[in-house]
Design a protein around this ligand. Structure first.
Ligand SMILES: Cc1cc2nc3c(=O)[nH]c(=O)nc-3n(C[C@H](O)[C@H](O)[C@H](O)COP(=O)(O)OP(=O)(O)OC[C@H]3O[C@@H](n4cnc5c(N)ncnc54)[C@H](O)[C@@H]3O)c2cc1C
Length: 477
C-alpha cells in the first residue's frame, strides 16, 4: 500500500485556519500536521535593556497558539508545540516523524528570513514558501517588487487601479492528522521569563488572542455595531473600544488575514452600507501593505538610524532621557498618558503613537530606534514593518522626508480637549481643571494645592521647554 503524503505546516505570524493557503493546499493531498515554535530569541533582552517581547504580546500569542491548536483538532489534525529555535526543531520533527514536505508562509525582514533560510537549509525534504500576509498579493502588484513607488499615494492609486484583492482561501473542511506525534505543551508566560499580565479596566478592549476572537471582533465592528460606518471620523479617538477597529493585534499574529477583512468590508458595502468610512478601512490596510513592500525594497535600511533616506544623524542616546519617555514621566501629560496606556495594556491609539514617536524623535532629538524597539517590546500588535516604517516616517527618515512633527499641545487640545484621556491614565491629575490639564505646571502653588497635586513631586515638571524644542526642530532643515 502506498504511504500517503505527509505535510508539516510551520506556523509563524499566521495563526489561523481560514485564508491559509499552505494549510488548504496541504489538505488536498495527504495528511497535515501543524507546528509552532516558541523561539527563545523572541523573549531575550535587547541591547536597549528590555525584552524583545513583553507580557501583553506574549500572552496574546499564547492564547492564539492555543486556539489554533483547538481549531486544528476540530478539523482532525494537531498542532505540535515546542520551545526552541525553528532551525533546530523543524528538521528533527521532519526526520523523526517522516514528513515528506514543509509548507510555510514567508516573511520579509532579515531576522525572519534568516531563520527561514536556516530551516530550509537544514532539511532534506521539499518545501514551499507561500505569500499570505498582505491584502494585495505580491504577484498581483502592478510593479516590480524592488521598484514600488516611494510615495504612498502613488502606490495606493496604482494598486487600486491595476490590481485587485484576491478572495480569501476557504478553511479546509477536514484534515487527516497524525495522532502518534507527541504534541507538547504550550508554555506558560512565566516559562518565557515574563510576568503574568494584570488586567486593567481602563483598557480600551480586553484583547484575547485567537482566530475566533478575531472574527468576533470583525463581526462586531461591521455587522453588529456598524461602527465602521463612521470609522473615518472616529479613528483618531483615544477613549472607548470602537473609535477604531482594533483589528491590529489579530492581524499582527495572523489570526485573521487582511484579505478576509477586505472581503467582509466589501460584503458590508454590498449588503448594508457603502461610504467613505468603509473605504477608509481598506485605505488604512493599504498602508499596512505599503510598509511591508517597502521593507522588501529597502531591506535592513529600514532599521538604520538614517532610514531609507540614508540621512547622517547624530541623536541623543542617554538612558535617563529615554526612561522618562518610556515610563511616562516627561511632564507632558499627553505623551505620558499614552506611554502609561501602552505600558499598562500593550495598546496605544494611532494618534497616541504618532505623538509619542514625534516627541521622542523630534522634541527630545533622540535616536528613534530606541523608541521603535520599545514599541516592539510592548505593543500587543507589534508588526515589524508597520512599526519600524511608521517610526521612521515620524522621525523623518522614512517615506516622507519632510520636516514633519506634531505640536503636542495642539494635538492634546484637538483630540483630548476636556482632558478625559489624560485624567484616565494620570490619576494624579484627576482634579486638575480643563484649563490646566495639558499644562499642569502652569498652575500656581495655590491652584496645585486646591487640585491636590504638587508639580515636581506628584507629577513631574516638563523635562524640556516645548517651545524651544519646536524652534530647534524648525531650524534643522
Ligand atoms: C510609531 C508608530 C508605530 C506603529 N506600530 C505599529 C505596529 O507595530 N503594528 C501595527 O499593526 N500598527 C502599527 N502602527 C499603525 C497604527 O497605529 C495601528 O495599526 C493602529 O493604531 C491599530 O489600531 P486599529 O487596529 O484600531 O487601527 P484602525 O484605525 O482600525 O486601522 C485598521 C487597520 O489598518 C492598519 N493600519 C492603520 N493605520 C496604519 C498605519 N499607520 N500603518 C500601518 N497599518 C495601519 C492596521 O492593520 C489596523 O489594524 C504604528 C503607528 C505608529 C505611528
Amino acid at each position: 500500500m502506498n504511504r500517503i503524503m505527509k505535510t508539516l505546516i510551520w506556523f509563524r505570524n499566521d495563526l489561523r485556519t481560514t485564508d491559509h493557503e499552505p494549510l488548504k493546499k496541504a489538505s488536498e493531498s495527504g495528511s497535515v500536521v501543524g507546528l509552532y515554535c516558541f523561539d527563545p530569541r523572541m523573549f531575550e533582552q535587547t541591547k536597549y535593556g528590555f525584552v524583545k517581547t513583553d507580557s501583553h504580546r506574549a500572552q496574546f500569542l499564547i492564547e492564539s497558539v492555543r486556539e489554533l491548536g483547538s481549531e486544528l483538532v476540530k478539523l482532525g489534525s494537531q498542532l505540535i508545540v515546542r520551545v526552541g529555535k525553528p532551525e533546530e526543531i523543524v528538521p528533527l520533527i521532519i526526520e523523526n516523524h517522516q514528513f515528506d514536505r514543509l509548507y510555510f508562509h514567508g516573511e520579509v525582514t532579515s531576522e525572519e528570513t534568516t531563520v527561514e533560510e536556516k530551516v530550509t537549509d537544514s532539511i532534506s525534504v521539499d518545501f514551499q514558501k507561500f505569500w499570505g500576509n498582505t491584502m494585495y498579493h505580491r504577484d498581483d502588484l502592478p510593479f516590480d517588487l524592488l521598484s514600488i513607488p516611494d510615495v504612498f499615494t502613488n502606490f495606493r492609486k496604482k494598486v487600486e487601479k491595476y490590481s485587485s484583492v484576491r478572495k480569501p482561501v476557504p478553511k479546509p473542511e477536514l484534515l487527516i492528522g497524525d495522532d502518534k506525534i507527541e504534541i507538547g505543551e504550550i508554555p506558560a508566560i512565566e516559562d518565557l521569563g515574563l510576568k503574568p499580565i494584570q488586567p486593567d479596566d481602563r483598557s480600551v478592549l480586553m484583547f484575547r488572542g485567537g482566530e475566533n476572537r478575531a472574527w468576533l471582533r470583525l463581526k462586531h465592528y461591521l455587522f453588529e455595531s456598524e461602527k465602521i460606518k463612521d470609522y473615518k471620523y472616529t479613528r483618531n479617538g483615544l477613549l472607548g473600544a470602537d473609535y477604531s477597529s482594533k483589528f491590529s493585534p489579530w492581524l499582527a499574529h495572523g489570526c485573521i488575514s487582511a484579505r478576509s477583512i477586505h472581503h467582509e468590508v466589501e460584503m458590508f458595502e454590498e449588503r448594508v452600507h457603502k461610504n467613505v468610512s468603509t473605504y477608509w478601512m481598506k485605505f488604512e490596510l493599504i498602508w499596512r501593505d505599503y510598509f511591508r513592500y517597502s521593507a522588501i525594497k529597502y531591506g535592513d535600511q529600514i532599521f538604520k538610524q538614517g532610514g531609507i533616506q540614508g540621512k547622517k544623524l547624530n541623536k541623543k542616546t542617554d538612558s535617563e532621557t529615554f526612561n522618562k519617555w518610556a515610563e511616562g514621566r516627561t511632564g507632558i501629560p499627553f505623551v505620558d498618558a499614552n506611554m502609561r496606556e501602552l505600558n499598562t495594556t500593550g495598546y496605544m491609539s494611532n494618534r497616541g503613537r504618532q505623538n509619542a514617536a514625534s516627541f521622542l524623535a523630534q522634541n527630545l532629538d533622540f535616536d528613534w530606534r530606541w523608541g521603535a524597539a520599545y514599541f516592539e517590546s510592548k505593543l500587543i500588535d507589534y508588526d515589524v514593518c508597520s512599526n519600524w516604517g511608521n517610526w521612521a516616517y515620524n522621525a523623518t527618515v522614512g517615506h516622507d522626508p519632510r520636516n514633519r512633527y506634531f505640536n503636542i499641545l495642539n494635538q492634546a487640545d484637538k483630540y483630548d480637549k476636556k482632558g478625559e484621556y489624560v485624567r484616565r491614565w494620570l490619576p494624579e491629575l484627576r482634579l486638575v481643571p480643563q484649563e490646566f490639564v495639558h499644562e499642569p505646571d502652569k498652575m500656581s502653588v495655590d491652584q496645585q494645592a486646591l487640585n491636590e497635586v504638587e508639580i515636581g513631586k506628584d507629577y513631574p515638571k516638563p523635562m524640556i521647554d516645548l517651545e524651544k524644542s519646536y524652534e530647534m526642530i524648525r531650524s534643522r532643515d
